[in-house]
Design a protein around this ligand. Structure first.
Ligand SMILES: *Cc1c(COP(=O)(O)O)cnc(C)c1O
Length: 379
């Protein structure tokens, strides 16, 4: 029987404990697995025994990789210590020293830093362009370009990537494509099914969903994921069993959380767009049939007292993250986009008045009332 997303997300854990019938997967909090004898040890290297050393393989991290792959409709996945290390493993699975990648310019701040600062030490060059401009992407492609990289829904202005066009461009030029699907989650979008080669998640965000774990997953073709996994092992960016278990547990309610959070976000976006204290509300016109996601970005009027806004948020916390079940706000200019130059920020449109709202599962009316109060204090 084929399961719907809502059923799949709850039931796609591996059945490790057939003998004991434990209902949830136990935590294999062990750094290594013992062998009965030398034949048993050899059987690991022959691929007949699954586990030896937890940096290489562990039932909990394996479960998370496979589980997110299943939600994305991809054949394979590997979990790692963070979204950033998953992105790095994905990029290194297709590009090496001497290669070049083309990326969107409106990337998550940490990804921007990875690509502009860290990948240079691996000898990988990049060109950043606006992916809203198809010709600019084509013009940036060089003979040594190995990857087109973007985000399905961008941060913080929520530009929705045209994945069909991206896949088409990649195929036309024989270049791999990779999408960060963190903001949309597989509940809203499944880029692998649309032809993207690699899909990556900061599972710290919606996949985990409870702001209690830092983890990442990259999914895609088996050959690419095998390479990505070798990078995770070789660079030591593996995820711990407990963090994998926490992420996996959180993921079971992904469909319910995304449904509620997207519905709330739509109501918040609508209410705030009518508020005279706000210059602009950024919220996508369409992401998928299921909704438009749970992030709303606002730009306060340019004479607003931003400090007063942050001081008047009551139960809503200012936190440099997103996607938890609680509504939070983030201040891109001082957090996610802090490391960008003034000019880079200006190009993207980030200024002192831009605030990103991550809408939670609370009652929409309460969320709206609390934001209205903060805006009132900022006028
Ligand atoms: C948070 C985030 C990342 C980085 O993930 P970490 O888990 O913090 O390493 C990458 N991309 C997006 C879109 C994010 O929101």
């Amino acid at each position: 029987m084929t399961k719907s997303f809502h059923t799949e997300v709850v039931h796609n854990h591996i059945d490790q404990e057939k003998a004991l019938n434990s209902k949830s997967t136990p935590i294999y909090q062990t750094s290594a697995f013992a062998f009965r004898d030398l034949d048993h040890l050899e059987s690991y290297y022959a691929g007949q025994t699954p586990y030896s050393y937890s940096r290489e393989n562990n039932p909990n991290t394996d479960e998370l990789g496979r589980s997110v792959a299943a939600l994305e409709g991809a054949p394979a996945g590997v979990a790692s210590s963070s979204g950033i290390s998953a992105i790095m493993a994905g990029i290194l699975s297709v590009a090496e020293s001497g290669d070049h990648i083309v990326t969107a310019e409106d990337l998550y701040g940490g990804t921007h830093q990875l690509i502009t600062k860290e990948l240079a030490s691996f000898g990988i060059e990049y060109t950043m362009v606006s992916f809203a401009d198809e010709q600019a992407v084509k013009d940036a492609i060089q003979p040594n370009t190995k990857l087109l990289y973007s985000e399905s829904v961008s941060n913080p202005f929520l530009r929705v990537e045209n994945i069909e066009v991206l896949v088409e461009m990649g195929r036309e030029h024989g270049i791999r494509t990779m999408i960060d699907n963190t903001f949309a989650t597989p509940y809203l979008l499944q880029p692998y099914k649309q032809g993207v080669d690699l899909v990556v998640h900061s599972a710290t965000k919606y996949i985990g969903g409870h702001s209690d774990v830092t983890s990442g997953v990259v999914v895609g073709h088996e050959d690419l994921i095998a390479k990505a996994k070798r990078k995770v092992i070789g660079l030591g960016t593996n995820l711990s069993p407990f963090e994998a278990w926490l992420t996996q547990r959180g993921s079971k309610t992904l469909a319910l959380r995304m449904k509620q959070q997207s519905e709330n976000a739509e109501l918040v976006a609508r209410a705030l767009s009518e508020d005279s204290g706000i210059e602009r509300v950024f919220y996508p016109e369409k992401v998928s049939e299921r909704g438009k996601g749970a992030i709303v970005t606002i730009e306060l009027n340019h004479n607003a007292d931003v400090e007063a806004f942050f001081k008047s948020l009551g139960w809503i916390k200012l936190a440099p993250t997103l996607a938890g079940v609680e509504t939070t706000v983030s201040y891109p200019i001082r957090t996610s986009h802090r490391s960008l130059t003034e000019e880079e920020r200006k190009n993207i449109g980030i200024n002192d008045y831009v605030i990103r709202l991550s809408i939670g599962i609370e009652e929409a009316e309460d969320i709206i009332a609390q934001f209205r109060e903060a805006i009132q204090h900022s006028i």
